[in-house]
Design a binder for this molecule. Sequence first.
Ligand SMILES: Cc1cc2nc3c(=O)[nH]c(=O)nc-3n(C[C@H](O)[C@H](O)[C@H](O)COP(=O)(O)OP(=O)(O)OC[C@H]3O[C@@H](n4cnc5c(N)ncnc54)[C@H](O)[C@@H]3O)c2cc1C
Length: 384
Amino acid sequence: MDFELTEEQRMMRDTARKFAEQEIMPDLRETIRQERFDSSIIKKMADQGLLAPHLPKEYGGLGLDYVTSSIIWESLCSVSLAVTQAAVSGPIQPATNLLDAGSEEQKKKYLPPVCSGELILSGAVVEPNAGSDSSMIETTAVRKGDRWIINGSNIFITNGEIADVVLFIAQTDKSKGLKGLASFIVERDTPGFSSTPMKGKISWRGGSEGSLSFTDLELPLENQIGETGRALRDALRGIDTARLFLAAGAVGLAQGCLDASIKYAQERVQFGKPIGGHQLIQGIIADMATRIEAARWLTYRAADLKDRNIRHIKEMSYAKYFATETALWVATQAVKVHGSFGTFDDFPVGHHYQDAITATILGGTAQMHQLTIGQQLLEIPAFR
Ligand SMILES: Cc1cc2nc3c(=O)[nH]c(=O)nc-3n(C[C@H](O)[C@H](O)[C@H](O)COP(=O)(O)OP(=O)(O)OC[C@H]3O[C@@H](n4cnc5c(N)ncnc54)[C@H](O)[C@@H]3O)c2cc1C
């Protein structure tokens, strides 16, 4: 075991942190107040090699391992998890899915422009009546000659309102259940496809979500990705990568809160000394740092197993569950350390506090990860 970061990992960590401070931080308060994600950040991230570190070089990524990619994601998210997720979600979940299940032609067509930030790709699984339970997917795909006719909808889709291309799942034969599900890709200008922005969030206001609608949408057969019946299985690598990103991002969010809290506790004077000199505040800082360190190593461990292609279902759930719950706890402590100033958006902890709750829901809720861990350990099915 070697717990030291390599020279390359330190360099990527510092590059990502500098990028986030220079390109995300300055507009962050207005982005959040206006609930407006500026998609130009995607191209800027691509130009710095930060958009798709984990995707293979042959398709425009950097071909880096998942531990190094996690370190990059952690650094970017120490400034804003919501903005970073909106920027990188295409390369993370749907692009990884496409990489695994797409034909060579499909990969060559879509992956390079996604990696260069020229094409925004969304991945759509969740529907109004199908959240954690994908077996409830209601969008239908009916084969008619050389076309698929699609009807249905999705909600909460990252960049759904601005995506150029969407990878989504539909049911081809309800009687087959999960074995009837198939993946498809649709380009925005296809008749029958429409999207609506979803506004009014109390959290993740720097992100971008939309609902999608498919009304007698006609797709040629070549727009199917992978085989019918394998859609959820094919999506798993992408979902697994999204979970790793969220674990790393939650560690970054928590680290951002800790950094700000240490600085504030050193500067804010009450009762004749910096508040950091009071032992109760030192205790909070110590607990924040200890939990972050634990979350960080759970995340790197899951990333390392993923890099080595070793089964890691339980370990990824440990990381995603613990890191996001830790971020929520740490962000709450950080606001307390900042007192009333912490409740205003002039201070960096306010937006982290807002975002932390959403990190516990995306990429599988805390309960879904508890159930996953429980069923792995008990060897008793937890979902049915
Ligand atoms: C900012 C944001 C971005 C998103 N981006 C995307 C995207 O790009 N693509 C996409 O497809 N989706 C996306 N989502 C949707 C997200 O993945 C879902 O919201 C999430 O999976 C949970 O589904 P749900 O909200 O329908 O909750 P539900 O599944 O309805 O769950 C509600 C509550 O019930 C609990 N629960 C459910 N079943 C059980 C059970 N068996 N035992 C115990 N508790 C249970 C859950 O843990 C949760 O607490 C996004 C959501 C947000 C907020």
